[in-house]
Design a protein around this ligand. Structure first.
Ligand SMILES: [Zn+2]
Length: 402
């Protein structure tokens, strides 16, 4: 092959990789069944009676924080579903070490994740609007920018319809939590365990359900320690494309149900891959939550309930949650946490030695004698029990009977 042929071949390859947009934007979603209609199968949800008005999806804006193993797949799903607008946040670059997961491709290595994602997603669906932020939301400089994007980033200039947290660390989760509590913004938390064999999603409505600070993991890094320094050199968390995709699927399935108003949105849905177990539960907010905005949202929710009660209006959502707490919550309490896998079930005798480690502290301390036989999820069950008038002892005795 001579030089001219090689140049031609390389030019062709470059234009193939750049991938010109293959279709023009579509004004109105059509239900017409033809091979060239990208929305026919989605619009069929209307014909099947599942969704009343699928086209409403074009009015919605979703913000995704973290475009890694879960966030990138979640953003692709929403793009293919024809969401109105996506706002992406991440400060990482694509690396070859990410290739065990879905979505990103080797030639994107070195590119920022948000730029690489938008580049791909625009080609998949040119009808979706994108906005991307290549920064760390946890810094003091960027937090106000994050707040602003969430509170005014929708297609109409108002707050986004939903925030999806797909981050991989405690600090970023707490930042999303803080912002959403401050704004009264509904959001989903999601996570996959370091062993790659369990995960969860949690729907958080500030003031109505437990926020991330209401029931955090038992052991967290204190202010003197950078969370990232806890990672051992040469050791990284495991990850499987399967577990990530399952969690992303749960997340977007519930996002679609929430936005389009069909089915029932799960408050908490866990996934244990080793036994294919899917616990669900509901968590009431903790009245003593560390986050002042959470406590403020709880007061507002209580005032709304009182106003509704006095005017004789029933809050259907509240009634539904009460039912779940007393029904399936009993099953969910013991099995949902992947944040403290190293703590033997029902045995916290080794916790003092863990906390003695420099830079670690307990997120919550219980008064001596409060719990006879605390489970590893005692903070979560406490958050639920606080407002249901069921003591932890009651819940424990129910668990023992199972
Ligand atoms: Zn809270």
């Amino acid at each position: 092959m001579d030089a001219a042929e090689r140049i031609k071949k390389l030019e062709d390859e470059i234009s193939r990789l750049k991938g010109d947009i293959v279709r023009v934007p579509i004004e109105t979603m059509s239900a017409e069944v033809r091979d060239s209609n990208p929305y026919s199968r989605l619009m069929a949800l209307q014909k099947m009676g599942i969704v009343e008005n699928y086209q409403r999806i074009r009015d919605f804006t979703v913000a995704i924080v973290g475009v890694g193993g879960v966030g990138s797949v979640a953003s692709e799903m929403l793009t293919r579903c024809g969401i109105g607008k996506l706002i992406l946040f991440d400060y990482d670059k694509v690396e070859l070490a990410n290739m065990n997961r879905l979505f990103f491709q080797p030639h994107q290595s070195g590119q920022s994740k948000v730029d690489a994602a938008v580049q791909t997603l625009k080609k998949i669906n040119p009808d979706v609007q994108f906005e991307q932020y290549n920064f760390d939301i946890t810094t003091t400089d960027n937090f106000p920018l994050f707040l602003n994007a969430v509170s005014s980033g929708s297609l109409s200039g108002s707050a986004v319809d939903l925030v999806l947290s797909c981050v991989d660390n405690f600090e970023a989760r707490m930042t999303v939590n803080m912002a959403c509590n401050e704004l009264g913004q509904n959001w989903f938390e999601s996570g996959v365990s370091e062993q790659a064999v369990s995960g969860h999603i949690q729907f958080i409505q500030p003031g109505t359900s437990a926020c991330f600070a209401c029931a955090p993991p038992l052991l967290v890094a204190d202010d003197s320690l950078d969370e990232k320094s806890l990672k051992k050199p040469g050791v990284c968390a495991a990850s499987l494309p399967t577990t990530m995709a399952v969690v992303a699927g749960f997340l977007i399935q519930n996002t679609l149900k929430y936005l389009l108003g069909f089915g029932q949105v799960s408050d908490y849905l866990g996934y244990n891959a080793l036994s294919d177990f899917f616990p669900t539960m509901s968590l009431k907010p903790n009245e003593q939550c560390d986050d002042c905005h959470c406590r403020k949202r709880q007061q507002e929710a209580a005032e709304r309930r009182r106003a509704n009660e006095s005017s004789g209006v029933e809050e259907k959502k509240e009634k539904k949650e009460e039912k779940v707490v007393h029904d399936s919550n009993d099953w969910g309490i013991e099995l949902v946490s992947e944040t403290s896998e190293d703590i033997p079930n029902g045995d916290h005798s080794n916790l003092p030695s863990l906390a003695a480690k420099s830079g670690l502290k307990y997120a919550y301390m219980s008064a001596p004698g409060t719990y006879e036989n605390p489970s590893r999820d005692q903070t979560q069950s406490n958050a639920a029990a606080t407002t249901t008038n069921e003591s932890l002892d009651d819940l424990m005795s129910q668990l023992k009977m199972l």
